[in-house]
Design a protein. Structure first.
Length: 225
């Protein structure tokens, strides 16, 4: 399931976009205040796409775009009532991937979103190496010296991809649960701990002294490779 972050202050537009995107199979999280989104930027950039209004309370969409681009290449689609060329050019120069003027056609919005997330999906890497172990994200296999030592579940692969995309960053348990399981399911944080124990057995030469999968007390985990 693709995760979309919608940063828009007009409640009727938020409700309209959320409803239609959820009908299309997307998961949507929204912010209606630019400063709040800035404060939560490490979670904002975890999404597959960010839909960003230009004119936001307290902190503008243009400023937020600059902050996001300093941390991530997550696709950004600007929405704005200001459809003049200078604003579109300014938004694109700041690093946005697309720009759609209000009022917009819902079908066009969904097509633009699908184009942006499909491009991101196509760019995902297919293989990584962690220590002596090679991971094939397409076949779900872990190889060591040419031998298959583990076949991952879909959720294990999704978790590895999440860690790889955020290498060196602390990823909270809450974020992992929300991104991989969603708000409609209720696994405990211990569920994540068990996955990490499995990863350590596969990748770490000494699971009790990990060099790849680190615990960050009270927060979550950090992956370094």
């Amino acid at each position: 399931m693709m995760n979309i972050c919608l940063i828009e202050d007009e409640e009727n537009i938020v409700d309209l976009i959320r409803l239609n995107l959820e009908l299309e199979g997307f998961k949507v999280r929204s912010f209606q205040n630019g400063m709040k989104a800035k404060e939560m930027i490490n979670e904002v950039i975890q999404h597959d796409l960010i839909i960003l209004d230009v004119m936001l309370p307290e902190y503008s969409g243009f400023d937020l775009c600059k902050d996001i681009r300093a941390l991530s290449d997550t696709p950004i689609l600007f929405l704005s009532a200001k459809g003049i060329a200078t604003d579109r050019i300014h938004g694109l120069k700041l690093g946005a991937n697309d720009y759609l003027a209000k009022p917009f056609d819902l079908e066009e919005l969904i097509l633009r979103i699908r184009n942006l997330v499909s491009t991101k999906t196509d760019q995902k890497i297919k293989n990584i190496q962690i220590g002596e172990v090679k991971v094939n994200f397409s076949s779900y296999e872990a190889h060591n010296n040419g031998e298959i030592i583990h076949v991952f579940s879909k959720r294990e692969i999704e978790l590895l991809e999440l860690f790889n995309e955020n290498e060196g960053k602390v990823v909270s348990r809450d974020l992992i649960l929300d991104k991989l399981w969603g708000k409609d399911h209720f696994p405990t944080s211990r569920t994540i701990d068990n996955y990490i124990l499995t990863f350590r057995k596969i990748f770490e030469s000494n699971p009790k002294n990990p060099i790849f999968f680190h615990s960050v007390r009270g927060v979550g985990y950090r992956f370094t490779n």
